[in-house]
Design a protein around this ligand. Structure first.
Ligand code: 13P
Length: 401
């Protein structure tokens, strides 16, 4: 697992003086670390104060919450990507749910903003997410993947490979109701499969963050969920100490060692499959050992059990029918065939991806998902509706000079 990304979206909070005090307090709780990345998205007018407060901490990155899609011009009140870059930003949020739903930003505009960001050397963090009505109508994947395609449609696949994606269900933002780790994983897997298609096979480097009512209590579980590679946090990033405690959460693979988190994040079928695979491996080891001992290759070991000429030959002797080694071989061989048969049945009834039992057992992401545009890689997402024949971004609002 790559090091997780912790992004703080302050939205319209923290004036310059508060922002400086926040950063001072945060740095007192958060020393330099190689195993995680931290990004702040302060409001535009507090950006300079945060740059100043972070001057000795180049390990912490900065981004802006919004840009205009034009590089410059008569757009009163707006900021462009080159201005953000010049002020010290490396990242920009594009398509945040509040931009879409409060300010009416269209999918076409998100695409233009992504292009503007890339032109200026900023890394876009593309935000996607469905409303509650869309989730309840079973349109989650359809909406999220359409937003993703629209946002990335204006740049090349090589440029898209450098972007970040944040899945933020609208119903989870600021509501105190976060997606479960399994829900988040399912949508992230669908996004991953779609990225694989968009990027012509190269999606593994694009981090996918989860956002929506993340807090100290749920951050570790969400981070431990498969495919969740970071967190984009609003409300819980406004308190310096609380934010530091979230950023210091254990990274994903360590959290996965937690049995509680493991139970919460895996289906019973996946756990049963893993159990069978482990059993098969142990059985194979027993079988090979028993065969080697009988073939005489483990003569030294057999001898230590009494050897062919010893008095315990009847129990551990090498080739005698009915002795312990022969019985062990028979039982281990039978169990091997039985387990292989069960696992074969399990894999032939399995889902589209991951395709093999071993993939399911070790939780490897699908190596080459061939998911269609609507995505089939996630079994936990609310069922898909038929995708519209053509993506339907709303008409762009005319830019007023
Ligand atoms: P909350 O963490 O306050 O739900 O906000 C999430 C968000 O919108 C981050 O961009």
């Amino acid at each position: 697992m790559k090091s997780p990304i912790f992004a703080a979206n302050w939205k319209m909070n923290h004036a310059p003086a508060d922002a400086t005090a926040f950063i001072r307090s945060f740095l007192a709780n958060f020393g330099k670390r190689q195993d995680r990345s931290v990004i702040f998205f302060p409001p535009a007018l507090s950006f300079g104060a945060v740059v100043g407060a972070l001057k000795d901490r180049p390990d912490i990155q900065l981004g802006v919450q919004n840009i205009h899609w034009e590089d410059k011009g008569a757009f009163t009140g707006e900021n462009s990507a080159p201005i953000a870059r010049g002020a010290g930003a490396k990242y920009v949020l594009v398509g945040h749910s509040e931009r879409r739903h409060v300010f009416g930003e269209t999918e076409e505009q998100t695409g233009k903003k992504v292009a503007a960001a890339v032109r200026a050397g900023l890394t876009p963090m593309v935000c996607v997410g469905e409303t509650l009505a869309q989730r309840e109508a079973g349109e989650t994947e359809q909406v999220v993947l359409r937003q993703l395609r629209a946002a990335l449609s204006t740049i090349s696949s090589a440029q898209a490979a450098d972007c970040l994606v944040a899945y933020e269900p609208v119903w989870a933002i600021g509501t105190g109701r976060n997606a479960t780790p399994a829900d988040a994983s399912a949508v992230h897997a669908a996004i991953r499969a779609e990225l694989h298609r968009i990027l012509e096979g190269g999606s593994l480097a694009v981090p996918i963050l989860y956002g929506g009512s993340v807090n100290r209590g749920n951050a570790a579980d969400l981070l431990a969920a498969p495919e969740v590679e970071g967190l984009l946090v609003g409300g819980a990033s406004l308190d310096a100490e609380g934010w530091a405690s979230i950023v210091l959460k254990r990274s994903g693979w360590l959290s996965r060692l937690s049995f509680k988190a493991y139970l919460r994040n895996h289906s019973r079928t996946a756990m049963f499959t893993r159990f069978l695979v482990i059993l098969l491996i142990i059985d194979s080891i027993v079988l090979v050992t028993a065969i080697l001992l009988q073939a005489g290759k483990g003569g030294g070991l057999a001898a230590s059990f009494g050897g062919a000429s010893s008095s315990s030959d009847s129990l551990f002797g090498t080739r005698q029918a009915g002795n312990l080694l022969t019985k062990t071989s028979w039982w281990a061989g039978g169990l091997f065939i039985f387990l292989a048969f069960i696992l074969q049945i399990a894999s032939s009834r399995g889902r589209a991806a991951p395709t093999s039992v071993l993939d399911q057992a070790v939780g490897t992401p699908p190596a080459a998902p061939t998911a269609p545009a609507t995505g089939t890689g996630s079994q936990n997402v609310v069922p898909l509706q038929t995708a519209p024949a053509t993506p339907a971004p709303a008409a762009p609002a005319p830019a007023k000079p």
